[in-house]
Ligand binder design. Structure first.
Ligand SMILES: [Cu+2]
Length: 290
């Protein structure tokens, strides 16, 4: 009997020890999270059914793709616009809830370049399993490294955000209006009154999405994009997200359900340009600028 009582005490002591250890470990985790480096750059992370969008400190936005620099600290501010999601980068053991009306933060420095998976780890509805994004960690010459090695050639890599911006501003007057006669239905309305509608139900694959699917306008026309659906969509030039020119000619960025956006064709080269929705890449259409 006495022996049994002693075993109980050993058992209780072991449980208490484990609880103390777990408590200490979680306290440690919290401490690490709190110590965000002062030079950490903030990236806003927004979860929505069923995609991720990101906003960099300079205002550059990305959808389902996030470009960061290696060896640079980032502070993530994570939230949701609808239901609960969870922002998870498994390879970097990053995981935190994305909750509507709340901003959760965590920080990380990506010490190895490469392409990594971002996913949702909180069941959030129909397309939860496709709520994935790509994280690109780009190798970079840090400012510190550049300063400590002034002899090294100035190969400072432009941050991806800036690359995107400058690419948007670039004009390529080289491609001429040779493909304008590709047979697009001339739907150009009276001056300045061109409308592209994203139809209700467009987010469901197989449904009619853009109306008209093939739009022809005169260079300089402003196109009003009305999202008549309840889901967020984009009109982004390119065949898909892997198209290197994607979003460089025109991109409405996210237009939430019921909202509208605009495409100014003054900066778009003449010719036929395929476009798609960054959230639902199976939504495609074509814009011909004459
Ligand atoms: Cu869409």
């Amino acid at each position: 009997m006495a022996g049994h009582a002693m075993y109980e005490w050993v058992y209780i002591a072991a449980v208490v020890a484990i609880l103390i250890w777990v408590g200490a470990a979680s306290w440690d985790v919290e401490r690490i999270i709190e110590e965000v480096p002062a030079d950490a750059e903030t990236i806003k992370v927004i979860g929505q059914q069923w995609f991720w969008s990101f906003e960099h400190a300079d205002g550059t936005k990305e959808v389902n793709e996030l470009h960061v620099q290696q060896d640079k600290p980032y502070r993530f501010e994570i939230t949701s616009l609808d239901v609960n999601h969870a922002f998870n980068v498994p390879d970097w053991t990053l995981m935190i809830d994305a909750v509507p009306g709340r901003i959760n933060t965590l920080w990380n420095m990506f010490t190895e370049d490469g392409e990594y998976l971002i996913q949702c780890r909180e069941y959030c509805g129909f397309s939860h399993y496709n709520m994935k994004a790509k994280l690109f960690v780009e190798p970079a010459v840090t400012e510190a490294a550049a300063e400590s090695e002034p002899s090294a050639a100035t190969t400072t890599t432009t941050p991806p955000a800036q690359q995107q911006q400058s690419a948007t501003q670039e004009q390529q007057p080289s491609s001429n209006a040779t493909s304008a006669a590709a047979g697009g239905n001339a739907t150009s309305a009276a001056a300045g009154g061109v409308t592209l509608t994203i139809l209700d139900g467009a987010s469901i694959q197989g449904n009619p999405d853009y109306d008209p699917d093939e739009l022809t306008v005169k260079k300089g026309d402003k196109i009003t994009v009305n999202n008549a659906d309840t889901m967020p969509h984009t009109v982004t030039n390119g065949e898909s997200g892997s198209d290197p020119t994607s979003g460089k000619l025109f991109d409405t960025s996210i237009i939430n359900g019921g909202d509208s956006g605009e495409i100014d064709t003054a900066t778009v080269d003449a010719g036929a340009h395929p476009y798609y929705c960054m959230v639902h890449p199976y939504m495609t259409g074509s814009l011909t600028v004459e």
